[in-house]
Design a protein around this ligand. Structure first.
Ligand SMILES: Nc1ncnc2c1ncn2[C@@H]1O[C@H](COP(=O)(O)OP(=O)(O)OP(=O)(O)O)[C@@H](O)[C@H]1O
Ligand SMILES: [Mg+2]
Length: 293
């Protein structure tokens, strides 16, 4: 970011969100990365939190939005609990800043609650208020990571369809791979166009991860015409579970563990890889979601 934009951003922060619309420099939309899976329990939340820490270490301002309708446990894994959720922002007129939690390394965390999927019955003024509130995060955050539930749920799928960047997590287990394909297929069938990127988690050896990637990439290209790109593998590592138990993020508690190093590589390729998308922000995502009805 150049000095001018940097100074404007600092001024925004000092003067508070209400003035931000006036001072907003061009191109300060946050980059929104949506993490989903076919099968549950494949490591979405752990991957989301670990990527957040990796990005924060690289100097990025990161927000995690928990958009899992079930129990996502971002709070447990991050070690920070949110004082409220988006539902309260929309329906009780709270300010977004009242419901944001502060995690390690300046990472912010907000819980979606059911409000995030319950936008269809809102009045125009509620929508405007909500969009204004989430728009504050486009000024503040460089990257917004969204931990969704498993993507075969219709509401989650709509959310993923509205997103700019989709990361699908699977494990090498055949049921997880089949469900990952089912989600990619549903995404393609509904007109999803963003390139889907794959993380194969809990691999025991490289060949196992490569096998999963090749298989999914081949069938997606052949039957759906949708390219899948490879973000990386994460090795099975008992330090992941140890970190969860201690409620300190893996990347903080065990930064040199095998899994942490895999995450660092994935964070690097997300930040410095090829074909980086133009960020369209979290406000844009919700606008598209609302437009889908
Ligand atoms: N690389 C790994 N090595 C070992 N264990 C892992 C790894 N990744 C995740 N796990 C374990 O897998 C379990 C599920 O992880 P997590 O909660 O992140 O999955 P999820 O996809 O978010 O689940 P849900 O669909 O329920 O939200 C956790 O107990 C976690 O410790
Ligand atoms: Mg989860």
């Amino acid at each position: 970011m150049n000095d001018q934009a940097n100074r404007l951003r600092q001024m925004n922060e000092m003067m508070g969100a209400s003035r931000s619309a006036i001072l907003k420099p061009i191109q300060t939309q946050a980059r929104v990365i949506t993490v989903t899976s076919g099968k549950g329990g494949v490591g979405k939340t752990n991957v989301t939190v670990a990527l957040a820490v990796a990005f924060a270490r690289l100097g990025k301002k990161v927000l995690i939005l928990d958009a899992d309708l079930g129990l996502s446990n971002v709070d447990v894994i991050l070690g920070a609990s949110a004082p409220g959720n988006l539902f309260q922002v929309i329906h009780n007129g709270l300010d977004l800043n009242d419901v944001v939690a502060d995690g390690p390394l300046g990472i912010k965390f907000i819980s979606g609650g059911s409000g995030i999927y319950d936008l269809s019955n809102l009045s125009d003024s509620q929508i405007q208020y909500f969009l204004h509130q989430v728009g504050q995060f486009d000024n503040w955050a460089d990257i917004i990571l969204i931990d969704t539930g498993a993507g075969l749920n219709r509401m989650v799928l709509n959310f993923v369809l509205a997103a700019d960047e989709v990361v699908v997590v699977t494990t090498p287990e055949p049921t997880a791979v089949a469900d990952a394909y089912a989600v990619i297929k549903a995404y393609a069938a509904k007109g999803g166009q963003s390139p889907v990127r794959l993380i194969v988690n809990r691999v025991r050896e490289l060949a196992e991860g490569e096998g999963v990637l090749n298989k999914l990439a081949k069938v997606s290209q052949r039957f759906l015409g949708l390219p899948i790109s490879h973000l990386g593998f994460i090795f099975e590592d008992r330090m992941v579970q140890k970190a969860v138990t201690s409620q300190v993020p893996l990347m903080v508690a065990y930064p040199d563990s095998v899994a942490a190093r895999c995450i660092d590589r994935i964070a690097h390729s997300l930040l410095f890889g090829e074909d980086l998308p133009v960020p369209r922000g979290i406000r844009g995502l919700f606008q598209r979601l609302l437009a889908r009805g």
